[in-house]
Design a protein around this ligand. Structure first.
Ligand SMILES: [Zn+2]
Length: 174
């Protein structure tokens, strides 16, 4: 019983401390008098603690002192190669239709990425002629890409979550 109390207390204190630090410093917050922050890599905008794409607004703010230049968390994640989702495609059918399956994946990823700053492909690695590994910035995108391939070509689709659902491995094969 004593042990239970102790762990409860320590995790509570930790959570509070973390929350405090998060509120105190937001590394992407625009400066006083600025309208937004902008990612110099992908032109994503940041306002009211939210990342989004808005070409018109980005063009209007570009080069003015109304905007703060930063690098967004997704661009950092891509640069650091830190995936939260990994999709593995494999099989003889994959080997045969590789080109069109890759096109489908790239198109689906581009569609999702254009709407959501967080979702991006980090890299694709050919491990063998019949095996390709796609690393994504979010577990959501890896799942979406796996489902898109499954919808188009059937085959076998499998999901394995880890780390409190913050990381997923998706396997598609045919
Ligand atoms: Zn960016």
């Amino acid at each position: 019983m004593g042990r239970y109390d102790e762990s409860k207390k320590s995790s509570g204190a930790k959570g509070k401390k973390f929350g405090h630090a998060g509120r105190a410093e937001d590394p992407y917050r625009p400066e006083e008098g600025q309208e937004a922050s902008i990612c110099s890599e992908c032109q994503a905008l940041y306002q009211n603690k939210r990342w989004f794409f808005d070409e018109k607004l980005a063009r209007r703010l570009a080069g003015t002192d109304k905007v703060r230049q930063v690098v967004c968390p997704t661009c950092r994640q891509v640069k650091d190669e830190y995936p939260e989702g990994i999709l593995t495609l494999s099989g003889d059918f994959f080997k045969e239709r590789r080109g069109e399956i890759l096109t489908l994946i790239k198109n689906e990823a581009a569609r999702v990425s254009s709407r959501s700053v967080q979702d991006r492909i980090i890299k694709m690695t050919e491990e063998a002629k019949d095996k390709l590994v796609v690393e994504t910035t979010t577990e959501k995108l890896a799942q979406r890409l796996g489902r898109a391939v499954y919808r188009a070509y059937k085959g076998a689709l499998d999901f394995r979550w880890a780390e409190m659902n913050r990381f997923v491995r998706v396997y598609w094969s045919r």
